[in-house]
Design a protein around this ligand. Structure first.
Ligand SMILES: [Zn+2]
Length: 462
């Protein structure tokens, strides 16, 4: 038999351990692992590299600041260069799903370079009624924003395809909406992703800090304190236990929130937690400017260390980037309050986790694989994804743990014109990204065409 592609010479991280084998690929799937190099259409020499499953980013925002028909092209380019072969988009619509979702999915199907899946945010009763429609369209996970309501209820929705202008809205994710989403998701057998910050606490905290004339990322953190995260986690988990719903708390990075996750798990809640590279790599202590403004805020060094601890002890299941494809012109305001929250992070996920994690001895390469692909594939039921073994999709990223490179704005070819990590020299980068058996990126050189990426089939998660 002639194989389409063989990856030879790498150490390969598989579900049953790390082995020195060649990966054989046929028809986009892993056909087997072998110590031989059989005849093949393309041989990828990977001596000295580590092969891990193509990364799955469970948390990306694109389609907000540019419409998805453009954003999927630019941001899936970043993803491919960064080693991500499955992008999970946080869709936010200001209209009923029946009205807005089909056009979003149609535009997405023409525009991605790598595979993708969608989480649907739910903001009101009408959208709760449309959750069944989403599930029929292959969107089988839902997101709630407990930070949005009252005086802090403003949000930018995703633009309709081909649009080109920001779509602002006011929403009220009240306790009743939270309960309704959790109940409906449970009945559909779908997990709920939770942005866990209590909007009343955040609204008050921000007003107070602003009134006192405070500024900077430290003030931003103080105004949205970790106990507002813990409070929201407590509230949603009580609802989850009532209805038997699986919860996935996104972007947890503070000690208090992590302790709350452990407590809820001990109470029997089916709860998973995600952190982001910025909670592991950044603190507000000694950091000037407003670029790293994000919700929830980056915290202290002690919080960051507890996030690393949670990554190691399994409190954290997955790492997602919370990638936001925005630009400096909107981002940077006159003070922290006027600056836009969120920043790009897809391109730097692997190097940050390799530099600060694997190469610093904080996590193993097997942890890296679990955190960046295996867990998300299981939790969100991504068929064929998250593992290198016979029969799985041949989504593979070859990592060079020794290469050093300086982060530069725009280096990944995305929509954003700045990078929070600009100037940092990181050790450990993706060398080659393979998506369903096709080499889509070598170094930062991406060669794949829009439309090749597919909506990933979703099974029930576990
Ligand atoms: Zn987010």
């Amino acid at each position: 038999m002639t194989y389409d592609l063989v990856v030879a010479g790498a150490r390969v991280v598989t579900p049953s351990g790390t082995v020195e084998r060649n990966v054989l690929v046929k028809d986009g799937l892993v056909a087997g692992l072998s110590s031989a190099v059989p005849e093949c259409g393309r041989l990828v020499r990977a001596d000295g590299l580590v092969a891990v499953p193509g990364m799955i980013d469970p948390h990306m925002h694109y389609g907000v600041y540019s419409p998805v028909d453009e954003a999927a092209r630019t941001e899936s380019r970043v993803a491919a260069a960064g080693g991500t072969t499955t992008m999970m988009r946080m869709l936010r619509l200001g209209v009923p799903f029946e009205e807005g979702l089909p056009a979003q999915l149609e535009a997405a199907s023409r525009s991605h370079l790598v595979d993708y899946a969608v989480h649907a945010s739910v903001f009101d009763e009408g959208q709760i009624a449309g959750m069944g429609f989403c599930a029929k369209m292959g969107v089988t996970s839902f997101k709630i924003y407990m930070n949005l309501g009252g005086e802090v209820g403003h949000v930018y929705m995703d633009q309709p395809p081909g649009h080109g202008e920001l779509v602002g809205a006011r929403v009220e994710v009240s306790p009743g909406i939270v309960e309704g989403v959790v109940e409906r998701a449970a009945s559909l057998g779908c997990p709920v992703l939770v942005h866990a910050e209590d909007y009343e606490a955040c609204g008050c905290g921000m007003k107070e800090a602003r009134g006192r004339g405070l500024d900077g990322l430290g003030a931003w953190s103080e105004s949205r304190p970790p106990d507002s995260e813990a409070k929201a986690i407590r509230q949603v988990c009580a609802a989850a236990r009532r209805h038997g719903c699986a919860i996935y708390v996104v972007h947890v990075g503070s000690r208090l929130a992590l302790e709350q996750v452990r407590r809820e798990r001990a109470l029997g809640t089916e709860i998973r937690a995600e952190t982001c590279p910025h909670y592991l790599a950044l603190t507000h202590e000694g950091r000037g400017g407003y670029l790293a403004k994000v919700m929830p805020p980056i915290r202290t060094r002690a919080d960051s260390e507890s996030a690393w601890g949670a990554v190691r002890d399994g409190t954290i299941d997955a790492v997602g980037t919370d990638h936001v494809a925005n630009r400096l012109s909107l981002k940077d305001g006159s003070d922290v309050w006027e600056s836009l929250a969120g920043f790009p992070g897809s391109g730097t996920m692997a190097p940050l986790l390799l530099h600060h994690g694997v190469n610093a001895g904080r996590i193993t390469i097997e942890d890296f694989a679990r955190l960046t692909s295996g867990a998300a594939a299981r939790i969100f039921g991504l068929a064929g994804k998250g593992r290198i073994e016979e029969g799985a999709d041949a989504d593979i990223v070859l990592l060079d743990l020794r290469t050093e490179r300086r982060v530069e704005a725009g280096m990944f070819g995305g929509y954003s014109d700045y990078d929070v990590y600009e100037g940092q020299v990181l050790r450990g980068w993706p060398a080659v990204t393979i998506s369903r058996g096709e080499v889509v990126s070598e170094g930062l050189d991406v060669h794949a065409s829009p439309g090749r990426g597919r909506l990933v089939l979703r099974l029930r998660g576990s």
